[in-house]
Design a protein. Structure first.
Length: 155
């Protein structure tokens, strides 16, 4: 007897077609700098179980002509609070919306979700897609967290 899937295509797509508030922007006045926005109290809901997901979102981008207006960004992120959506989809949807509204030089969204059942999840999405560096290797003050690997003769 074939076992029915626990997660369906409906679960996988849950929340992706939700309507969100507009993220307002304002004209950038300077070139070549980076903006980091942290939301340490991000919440959404698992579309399968209905249980809350808690995490921290880090949005990093280099603005081109527009910057994200923070109050509208906060309202946008609050719209996820009762939405059933997978954590991976949260991060990718936020990235797509940041890119759509701000049209940055590059952007990255990192979601670090609290453990549930003993497992935590970190999801990083970058634009342009495939970008290889980001907030995953940076501490709060921008210093690299990466430890130097010991090599013979390096001391």
């Amino acid at each position: 007897m074939a076992k029915s899937p626990r997660y369906t295509a409906d679960h996988a797509a849950a929340g992706l077609d939700a309507k969100f508030p507009e993220i307002e922007t304002w004209p950038n006045q300077f070139p070549g700098y980076e903006i980091v926005v942290d939301d340490p109290e991000f919440t959404s809901v698992c579309p399968k179980t209905g249980l809350p997901d808690f995490g921290e979102l880090c949005i990093r981008y280099v603005p081109d002509k527009l910057c994200l207006e923070l109050k509208s960004l906060k309202e946008y992120l609050l719209a996820y609070r009762n939405l059933g959506i997978f954590q991976e989809n949260v991060v990718n949807r936020v990235l797509e919306d940041v890119v759509r509204w701000a049209k940055p030089v590059w952007a990255e969204v990192k979601g670090e979700f609290r453990p549930r059942g003993g497992i935590s999840t970190t999801v990083v999405a970058r634009w342009p897609r495939g970008r290889a560096v980001g907030c995953g290797m940076r501490g709060a003050r921008g210093r690299s967290r990466r430890r130097r690997q010991w090599r013979p003769g390096s001391m």
